[in-house]
Write a protein that binds this ligand. Structure first.
Ligand code: EPZ
Length: 424
């Protein structure tokens, strides 16, 4: 197992190219199940989660391969398979998005329940509610969702939950409805750009989807879909992470292929804190000079501040000027990183769905443990500004969502390397 060793104090500078989006590529790869023929997905990042999805699809009779040019080809070769087993699904919760395509295309889907997650209780009740309203017969047996339907039937479905819309429930229902009889309307759909990107791919396969990216999505079912080619959108969470890294170190970076249209809330909050952000020909220049003003930040569904940048924002605010309050309205318990940041000398207290952060002069390097993907990114960012050396253990979490992060940060001037971890 690896660890990342970070020595703080270097200002980041230079250019970094933003990769394709993990959270867009995963449901798009799952959608290949729906097609009668091969699909080619371009700009797919090399991540552990992508490899997990390739392996799940392989177990479902969809042959795939990730080419050197970053494209993934996917071809359904054995449509008799319909079981996504526990061993596969437990490696990645996102694999739940094979449920809708399997059911719609093969009439039966047996998918392991995703199980627990450190960022919070993550039920799938909205996924099941939506599929039931499309006419599926659903039962839970021995830890598996068993869903059956000869052919799904279009319906009007309200998909709002206790924490607002659900991204992957919207994706699952939208994918299933493409092959349903008649029209489906999804109300309170998730508006994340990843949903619009998925709909773009589905429409390229021959689907009839309108309104994706807005709270109301209309899908007119078709008889069949073909394979298609699609280029995945940029990863707005990766972009946000590098913006905060540059700001935290008082650096100046140019991010190529970062789409400012998807980063409105992030750009607004960082500018409020005092970071300079300029858009120029498809790239973003980010320059900062800490300490920043303390502020309150609330994580909300898109177009609000993304919960997947909550931990990174917290790392930035640990050395800000004053008291900040960070509230997560999407995953109210997503605060495993607080204890680890406090190990580095931060002063953070959890209060219900909020964290109260009293800005400190400086952080000091320490041994810290990554608990999940975004928390591990926050610990690396904190290590970039801390005095001395920080060792981030269990970095397999970070490899799930960031491609070669230590190489790309080193290219920007960070003192960071990967090493064998003999301590865990
Ligand atoms: C997606 O997860 C992302 N994952 C998450 O990114 C991201 O944090 C999340 O959306 C919110 O933006 C992928 O796209 C693979 P949700 P998803 O369903 O779809 C509750 C990362 O770091 N809910 O939108 O699983 C749920 O518990 C990951 O890259 C229900 O109550 O999230 C949460 O509180 C982490 N019932 C809220 O809705 C349901 O049936 C939003 O979750 C479904 C969700």
């Amino acid at each position: 197992m690896d660890k990342l060793v970070v020595r703080g104090g270097n200002r980041l500078s230079g250019r970094v190219k933003i990769n394709g989006s993990k959270n867009s590529a995963l449901p798009i790869m799952a959608a290949s199940i729906l097609g009668d023929g091969p699909s080619v997905i371009e700009n797919v990042p090399r991540l552990r989660d992508i490899r997990s999805m390739l392996s799940i699809l392989d177990s479902l009779g969809v042959q795939g391969c990730h080419r050197d040019d970053g494209s993934v080809t996917l071809e359904p070769v054995d449509t008799s398979k319909n079981v996504a087993d526990y061993a596969q699904v437990r490696t990645m919760r996102g694999s739940i998005c094979v449920l809708g395509p399997l059911l719609a295309k093969r009439g039966r889907a047996v998918v392991s329940l995703p199980g627990g997650c450190v960022i919070g209780v993550r039920p799938i009740d909205l996924h099941l509610k939506g599929l039931r309203e499309l006419g599926a017969k659903i039962s839970i047996e021995r830890g598996y969702v068993v869903a059956e339907a000869e052919r799904l039937a279009g319906a009007e479905i309200y998909l709002g939950g206790a924490f607002g819309p659900s991204v992957l429930a919207t994706a699952n229902i939208m994918m299933a409805a493409t092959l349903a009889e008649g029209e489906t309307i999804i109300d309170c759909a998730a508006c994340e750009p990843e949903i619009a990107d998925l709909a773009k791919f589905l429409n390229a396969m021959g689907a009839k989807i309108e309104g994706a990216g807005s709270p109301t999505v209309v899908i007119r079912g078709v008889e069949k879909l073909a394979g298609a080619r699609h280029c995945v959108m940029q990863d707005r969470i990766e972009a946000g992470t590098y913006m905060i890294a540059a700001a935290s170190t008082g650096g100046e970076i140019i991010m190529e292929d970062a789409n400012p249209a998807h980063l409105g809330a992030v750009i607004d909050k960082l500018r409020l804190a005092g970071v300079s952000i300029e858009k120029a020909n498809g790239s973003l220049r980010v320059a900062g000079s800490p300490p920043y003003k303390a502020m309150d930040v609330t994580m909300l569904p898109y177009p609000g501040m993304p919960t997947d940048l909550q931990a990174q924002m917290m790392a930035l605010l640990t050395v800000s000027d004053g008291i900040s309050v960070v509230t997560d309205k999407v995953f109210p318990d997503r605060f495993m990183h607080i204890a680890e940041l406090n190990r580095m000398g931060a002063d953070i207290r959890k209060e219900g769905p909020s964290a109260i952060i009293r800005g400190v002069e400086r952080l000091s390097g320490s041994h810290v443990m990554a608990s999940d993907l975004r928390a591990s990114a926050a610990l690396v960012l904190a290590g970039l500004v801390a005095d001395g050396e920080t060792e981030v253990h269990r970095v397999y979490h970070i490899d799930r969502g960031y491609e070669r992060i230590e190489e790309r940060l080193s290219k920007l001037g960070a003192d960071i390397h990967r090493a064998e971890d003999d301590e865990t």
